[in-house]
Ligand binder design. Structure first.
Ligand code: PSV
Ligand code: MN
Length: 397
């Protein structure tokens, strides 16, 4: 049972906590072995934003939607005001803009790191167009993830590729408005299997810094090797003032895109704890974009996104009840068992009653998933979209 003081801390944390949902989480996706089509899956940006609006309506903590330009802006820049208007219609706003410089055939050997200057120019050109879109939609963050890399030793000049990345990212950074940020995401594998140009947080940090003062690192929790200590990376990036935000998901093996906290909720808690500890110790608010990056192959998509948002809130709430003053004291005197118990006891707290009370006070349903299920939205979507999904065999975007 939480004390009154702990309940207040949870309340404050929930008031300040929002998490962005990805448009691609509502579309039919799969693995490289195939896709299982869902009748209610969204196939247009209108449907994706409508679904996202449902997640926000029932959770109250997902007011913005990350978009992938190639998949969500079929008319490119020209369509940006329409997408913006649709988002407003469904009660959400357009969040991070994700340029796509990986699907076009010209990117077979990379984008910003491609040895061919024409391809590099095209990639920079695309990113600049996408930044213009962000300026129409009022999006603050440009999230950059690249597939650049190589599959076989000896086939790429790794140092030259690094330099080309520095040049390309600088060019992108130059186009940002004041207040915008360039978020550089890293991933150690896939689709390149020998080397990925931005393979880890250290490389992303160097490139984000080289891009300019508005460059930051984006940590996707699925983009690490097994057993890597992600909260340590978070703590270091916070200390360097270089953490821009997260792509949250869970994983068992690789970049599995599983529901946040479905495998290791304690890790999510530890990440939130490091952020709160940083804020408490420095007296500074960490300026972070919390985003979900999951695509749901088997589970029902809107329901799964609600599950994720609820899990994120619960972990943020548990992190808010860690007694930081006590913890700092135990750490200082090397009271290992007390320090460990202090952290673990917060994780063990049942925050659900406080979450329910907070929701009720905000005019939200106490159980967002049950309320969504009772709304009949999913059945209506399946009825309306089913024939199209069946005929098209689904579409990735
Ligand atoms: C790549 O695995 C990634 O994490 C990037 O963030 C992409 O934008 C996203 O997934 C969707 O493919
Ligand atoms: Mn990601």
């Amino acid at each position: 049972m939480l004390s009154t003081q702990q309940q207040e801390a949870v309340w404050k944390a929930l008031d300040a906590f929002n998490i962005e949902i990805p448009s691609w989480g509502f579309a039919n996706t799969g693995t490289r072995f195939g896709k299982f089509i869902q009748p209610a899956a969204a196939t247009t940006i209108e449907e994706k934003l409508s679904d996202a609006g449902q997640v926000h309506r029932f959770t109250g903590c997902c007011p913005s939607v990350a978009v992938h330009v190639l998949w969500d802006f079929p008319r490119g820049k020209a369509g940006a005001p329409e997408v913006q208007a649709l988002a407003t219609r469904f009660g959400v706003r357009v969040g991070a803009i994700n340029p796509n410089v990986f699907q076009d055939q010209i990117y077979k050997h990379g984008s910003l790191a491609n040895p061919d200057p024409d391809v590099r120019r095209a990639a920079v050109g695309h990113i600049l167009d996408y930044i213009e879109i962000s300026q129409v939609t009022g999006s603050r963050d440009i999230s950059l993830w690249f597939t650049d890399g190589s599959n076989y030793p000896g086939t790429a000049n790794i140092r030259q590729r690094k330099q080309r990345f520095e040049e390309g990212l600088k060019a992108a950074h130059d186009k940002l408005s004041a207040g915008q940020r360039l978020l550089v995401e890293y991933k150690p594998f896939e689709p390149a299997f020998y080397h990925t140009d931005i393979a880890d947080w250290g490389m992303a940090l160097l490139l984000a810094r080289a891009s300019g003062p508005q460059g930051r690192v984006l940590v996707d929790t699925g983009h690490h090797y097994q057993a890597q200590n992600i909260e340590q990376i978070v703590a270091w990036l916070l200390a360097e003032d270089m953490l821009g935000g997260f792509h949250f998901n869970d994983r068992r093996y690789a970049d599995d895109d599983l529901t946040l906290g479905s495998i290791d909720p304690y890790q999510v808690f530890r990440i939130f704890h490091e952020i709160r500890f940083f804020e408490w110790e420095t007296g500074r608010k960490a300026d972070l974009a919390y985003m979900i990056d999951q695509s749901h192959n088997l589970k029902s998509k809107i329901e799964e996104m609600i599950q994720t948002a609820v899990m994120a809130q619960a972990m943020a709430a548990k992190a808010a009840v860690v007694d930081l003053a006590a913890l700092a004291g135990y750490q200082k005197s090397c009271d290992l068992i007390d320090a460990e118990e202090c952290l673990k006891s917060a994780f063990a707290e049942d925050v659900r009653p406080t979450l329910a009370a907070w929701r009720q006070a905000k005019g939200l349903a106490e159980d967002p998933l049950a309320a969504f299920r009772a709304s009949g939205y999913l059945e209506r979507a399946a009825r309306d979209r089913g024939p199209r999904n069946a005929a098209a065999g689904g579409s990735y975007a």
